[in-house]
Each structure stands twice: as structure tokens, then as C-alpha cells.
Design a protein around this ligand. Structure first.
Ligand code: SD4
Length: 333
């Protein structure tokens, strides 16, 4: 039903972009060792959690023939602008000093990338990250430097701390207890990956980080290779959850490399989580969720605890995918 509705709504027939899965070469790349490409589904967009508005926006860009880079930027901007999302952009939870500091990165098909870390007062860190990528010789700008660069690029100063976030922070200050509550937790980062009609892949990741984090703390989300990685020959991966654990295994890079070695996105995400859990034997107090897409448009996801989902749009429809987890398998498996 949902699928039928989707097919009707999208401009499949008019644009002619989303026709049948497209056949490509069947050989392993002799230079890169990339897995054989048999069939390509495109366009495709996936994002962490059930961010339906963000993924719908990205899909709209792709459906109109736009490229993957524009799609992921436009897509995640929807969440950055949503004041009710208390983990991304405006309305994000502050650090323990009451400052909202944002992290974001973006990566394109040519392995160009840009990131901003711990940046205040700017509503769309992903767009600043893109400017870092396109307008500077650098990959990362942090703190005040990132903010000043944003102003030079024409971004406006914006108060990121909403009344609601301020009130919650004031309540939190009474106990100042820092703890992660699995899946409700202080995080809901959006990481997004897209393949456009040309088969090119791009990704973006944006967050306000862990709520009530130490001032200056940066997680995995703006770190290329950790919170996000794209290799246009192979695929892309992105992460959500406790960033420290993702950084320690360079999670997204690892997943892309596992796909290069022939693992499916699903297998690669599972292996990524298992590597983390091997270093954290018996620990149950944190969540990590990975999602990945390969060059063929296949997708996968895996997490530590049940409850993590990802949203997918493809010519087959759109769906919120509940993924298997390390501590408990999905029902029916
Ligand atoms: C971080 N990975 O700052 C981010 C937080 C997150 O969902 O994913 N929230 O560690």
C-alpha cells in the first residue's frame, strides 16, 4: 500500500530517471579489488533513524535529477532546522556550560570532504562544512575559526539554544548527571548517504553531539572515516551513537573497506559493530548504529541494542528499516 502510494507520487515515469535497476559490469575491479558489480539500484538515499522529512527532501532532489551531494546537504538541513530535534542544529542540547556546539561533515564522489567541529551560532553546519570543502584548502575548521569562516561566507548568526533546550539544561544542572539512555538517549544524529542517477555517492553527517557533553568535546560525526566515509568505487557508511567508540575503530572507513573486500553492506555493518563490542566486552551501556550503501545500491544496518532504524528511499519505495542488533536479533530471525 505504502509502496504503491509512493510509486504513484514520485515522478518515475516523467523523469525516466528511476526506471528499472540498471545493469552494470560484472567484473571485479583489478586495481581496487572492489566487489563485482552486478546490478545497480539508483537513485537511493538512506539516513540514520526514521527521519522521514529529511530523506523525503533528499529523494526529491534525486528524483528531479539532482546530484548526491546536493541531495544529502538538502536532506540533513531539514533536521538541522527542526527545533524539535534536540540532537541536531537549532534546538540541539547544549554542552554542560549551556552552549550549543555543532559538528558536521560532508563528502563527495571525488573524496573531497569538509567538516566543522564545535561550531556555535550557525544554523546549518553541514552547509558550512560544504563551504570548507569547496572554498578552502582545508578539510576541518573548528570552534571560533569555523564560525568566523561561516560569517565570511554569508551565514547569519543564529541563537541555537531554544527555550525548551534551555529549560531542560537548567533541570539537568540540578543533578549534573551524565548518562546515556539507550535509544532515547542524548543523541539522534542524522547521517545520510545517497546515490544519484549517475551512480555517484555522497554523504553527510550532522549533530549537536552528546547532550550536556564537556565543553569542547567532539565525537565521531564530523570526523571523516569515523562518523562518515564515502568511496565512490565501493560505497558509503555513516554512524550514530556514542562517538568515542566509533572513533576508536574508525567505524565508517572500516565498513567501506569491508565492503571493498566483498562484504555486503549488511555484513560490513555487523562486522563494524562486532569490532567495537570486542573492545567493550560485556558493556551494555551504549548504543551505536551503522548504516551503509554499496555501489550497487544495496543497503544495510546494524546496531548494538535493538531500537535503531534507518530510512530508505529507492525505486522500490520508501521504508523505515528496523535493523538487527548485537544484543538481540530482530523478531523472525
Ligand atoms: C556523537 N555520534 O557526538 C554523535 C552523537 C550521536 O545520535 O550520534 N547522536 O558522539
Amino acid at each position: 500500500m505504502q509502496r504503491r502510494k509512493f510509486l504513484k507520487k514520485s515522478s518515475l515515469t516523467t523523469a525516466g530517471l528511476l526506471s528499472a535497476p540498471i545493469l552494470a559490469s560484472c567484473k571485479t575491479d583489478p586495481e581496487t579489488g572492489a566487489a563485482p558489480v552486478t546490478e545497480t539500484i539508483k537513485p537511493v538515499v538512506i539516513c540514520t533513524w526514521n527521519f522521514s522529512n529529511a530523506s523525503a527532501k533528499a529523494w526529491e532532489v534525486l528524483d528531479q535529477g539532482g546530484n548526491a551531494l546536493d541531495a544529502v546537504e538538502e536532506g540533513v538541513k531539514v533536521e538541522e532546522a527542526d527545533v524539535n530535534n534536540r540532537t541536531v542544529g537549532v534546538g540541539g542540547r547544549p554542552d554542560r556550560e549551556g552552549r550549543v556546539t555543532l559538528d558536521a561533515c560532508i563528502m563527495d564522489k571525488d573524496s573531497n570532504c569538509g567538516a566543522v567541529l564545535c561550531m556555535e551560532n550557525i544554523a546549518h553546519p553541514v552547509s558550512v562544512a560544504r563551504k570548507v570543502m569547496e572554498e578552502t584548502p582545508h578539510v576541518m575548521l573548528a570552534g571560533l575559526g569555523a564560525e568566523l569562516f561561516a560569517y565570511q561566507q554569508g551565514f547569519e548568526k543564529t541563537n541555537l539554544l531554544t527555550e525548551q533546550s534551555l529549560k531542560k539544561w537548567e533541570e539537568w544542572k540540578k543533578t549534573s548527571k551524565y548518562e546515556t539512555i539507550i535509544n532515547i538517549e542524548n543523541h539522534d544524529t542524522i547521517g545520510m548517504l545517497a546515490i544519484d542517477k549517475n551512480g555517484d555517492i555522497a554523504g553527510a553527517c550532522t549533530t549537536s553531539g552528546m547532550g550536556y557533553k564537556m565543553a569542547g568535546r567532539v565525537g565521531d560525526s564530523p570526523i571523516i572515516g569515523a562518523g562518515l566515509f564515502v568511496d565512490n568505487e565501493v560505497g558509503g557508511a555513516t554512524a550514530t551513537g556514542v562517538g568515542e567508540e566509533v572513533v576508536r575503530t574508525v567505524g565508517s572507513f572500516l565498513i567501506v573497506e569491508l565492503m571493498r573486500q566483498g562484504k555486503s553492506p549488511q555484513e560490513a555493518c555487523e562486522e563494524g559493530v562486532k569490532r567495537i563490542m570486542k573492545k567493550n566486552e560485556g558493556r551494555k551501556d551504549f548504543q551505536i548504529g551503522f548504516i551503509a550503501v554499496n555501489k550497487q545500491g544495496e543497503t544495510g544496518g546494524y546496531c548494538v541494542h535493538p531500537g535503531f532504524t534507518y530510512r530508505e528511499y529507492s525505486p522500490n519505495g520508501h521504508e523505515n528499516k528496523v535493523v538487527n542488533s548485537f544484543y538481540e536479533k530482530k523478531q523472525g530471525d
